[in-house]
Design a protein around this ligand. Structure first.
Ligand SMILES: Cc1ncc(COP(=O)(O)O)c(C=O)c1O
Length: 423
């Protein structure tokens, strides 16, 4: 069986694994530059050469027949190391990101873990943003710190604080989420990269909230990008996955080595779901962003709301940077602090009907959660503590008037005390 050669403007998106020669995934001669939305449909998606199948097959096989010992067909030997469906997704994602290399994993945290291992060693220090996904903090604080990595936390959206930290200590890496989870802080990637590189520090951006449609950290000077593809890239809340995107060959080789050595790879079916999701990412993100902006503007006027955090609002402190750095929208995530405090936030999160109370984000359906008790419970009592009157919305692609009506009825229920919550 064969897989899909790259025919896109990401000619260097090679995805072979050390120890194999994945010849069908090697770059072909450069083709004309194409738009991101075209690449999302075509990059790595050549019709199957044997059957003509237009959609990449799910190569549900753990192993591949060899023609004599060491006689690999097209470089495939074993699916932990390399699998044609995964190759197809890697090629597609690299092209959409405009990265030379994409490596995909069984979860976002698996991708983060491998990238951190590839860039840090015991004795190194990392500067971590003070508002990041709780699992990233837990991994650094409870796995990497005991391994000997020093972790400092700072507001990375504040360039003065970053400069001061860099003057104090040599950091191997600055870890940036922008927009951040859950406070939606905005960090200027280009300015941070300039500052960091002057100190020999690498910048890694978790671009999960923005997705490759809205923000291009590598173009802005970041050294590597990570995704939880579970979110907008998969887009339908039916697959868990992660990705590392980068241009540096030596780091890519180390990430690929660790990926194979530790083995946290996605199944071929996972990769196939991600391929399908990525094809419609641009359309979905446009609708997520339009809906979220309308809802954020509506929430900002609501008398039960204390504060709305959404980078598309002029009131957001990072709005100007976001308007420059994000292209075509501000994403689908909104965080809201409620006037009624913790009890109101918990009651509100349980009172919506279309917004489902659940962790995660980035799917077509709207979700609501209470970060302090759910996604960010692991940062409780740390410098990353989130306000307990905060509710996070992942705005889906439903009809925006229906979504606003749902939020309105939830506000009405909690003020009438008919939400079933005991207070
Ligand atoms: C910004 C961000 N990065 C990384 C992760 C981890 O991804 P996963 O759940 O796919 O391991 C998440 C999960 O919510 C996230 O929100």
């Amino acid at each position: 069986m064969t897989t899909n050669p790259t025919t896109t403007s990401a000619p260097t998106a090679t995805v072979s694994t050390p120890g194999t020669t994945s010849d069908l995934t090697q770059s072909q001669s450069p083709s004309p530059a194409r738009a991101q939305s075209t690449l999302a449909i075509h990059a790595g998606q050549e019709p199957d050469p044997i059957t003509g199948a237009v959609v990449t097959p799910i190569y549900m096989t753990s192993t591949f027949k060899q023609d004599g010992v060491g006689g690999l067909r097209h470089g495939y030997d074993y699916s932990r190391s390399v699998n044609p469906t995964r190759d197809s997704f890697d090629t597609q994602l690299a092209a959409v990101e405009g990265a030379r290399y994409a490596l995909t994993f069984s979860s976002g945290l698996a991708a983060i873990d491998v990238l951190l291992r590839a860039t840090l060693k015991p004795g190194d220090a990392i500067l971590l943003g003070n508002d990041v996904y709780g699992g990233t903090y837990r991994l650094l604080a409870q796995v990497f710190e005991p391994w000997g990595v020093h972790v400092d936390v700072v507001d990375v959206s504040d360039s003065t604080a970053v400069s001061a930290a860099l003057a104090q200590r040599q950091y191997a890496v600055i870890w940036v989420e922008t927009p951040s989870n859950p406070m939606l802080r905005i960090t200027d990637i280009r300015a941070t990269a300039t500052l960091a590189h002057a100190h020999g520090t690498r910048v890694i951006v978790d671009n999960t909230f923005a997705s490759p449609v809205l923000q291009h950290p590598l173009e802005d000077g970041a050294d590597a990008v990570v995704y939880s593809t579970t979110k907008y890239i998969g887009g339908h809340s039916d697959v868990v996955g992660g990705a590392v995107l980068l241009n540096d060959e030596a780091t890519r080789d180390q990430v690929a080595f660790l990926q194979n050595a530790a083995g946290a790879v996605p199944s071929p079916f996972d990769s196939w779901l991600d391929i399908r999701g990525l094809k419609t990412l641009a359309l979905r993100v446009q609708r997520h962003s339009e809906n979220a902006l309308a809802i954020a503007q509506w929430l900002e006027q609501h008398d039960q709301v204390e504060h709305v955090w959404y980078p598309g609002l002029a009131s957001h402190p990072g709005h100007e940077i976001a308007a420059r750095q994000m292209h075509g929208g501000f994403g689908g995530m909104i965080s809201v602090q409620l006037g009624g405090g913790l009890e109101a936030a918990k009651a509100f999160a349980g009172a919506t009907e279309l917004f489902t109370l659940a962790e995660s984000l980035g799917g077509v359906e709207s979700l609501i959660e209470h970060p302090a008790a759910m996604t960010h419970s692991s940062v409780s009592g740390t410098a990353l503590q989130v306000p307990d009157n905060l509710v996070r919305l992942s705005v889906g692609i439903e009809d925006v008037d229906d979504l606003i009506a749902d939020l309105e009825q939830a506000f009405a229920r909690i003020s009438a005390g008919t939400d079933g919550q005991t207070r």
